[in-house]
Design a protein around this ligand. Structure first.
Ligand code: FES
Length: 104
């Protein structure tokens, strides 16, 4: 399974580049987390739901944390790895959101 989108699909949107939610847990699924590769929070959650438990596994499944232009591309001004690690640490949130959606 490879969940990555094409890089130019998302990163070219200047409107999207201006916005991010400071608390990643409050961000909507469609919000970009990895600005170098155009990976959304939802895609990272999908990888976690699919079994990723480490940063390396999320990297392999989505392409997140692979870029080298974080300071220039990300409105956070740094690599997305910190947000991905936080999501992994709270992986139950991704799994419970999926479960809640499946019940409705
Ligand atoms: S923002 Fe994810 S690797 Fe640069």
């Amino acid at each position: 399974m490879y969940l990555r989108t094409t890089r130019n699909q998302v990163v070219n949107s200047m409107e999207q580049r201006k916005y991010y939610t400071p608390n990643i847990f409050e961000a909507p699924d469609e919000e970009i987390v990895c600005w170098c590769e155009g990976i959304t929070k939802g895609q990272i959650c999908d990888a976690i739901r699919a079994g990723a438990t480490t940063l390396e596994q999320v990297h392999a499944m989505t392409g997140a944390c692979r870029g080298t232009e974080c300071a220039e591309r990300s409105p956070r001004g740094k690599c997305c790895c910190q947000q991905v690690v936080a999501m992994l640490a709270q992986s139950a949130l991704c799994r419970s959101r999926h479960g809640a959606a499946a019940r409705h």
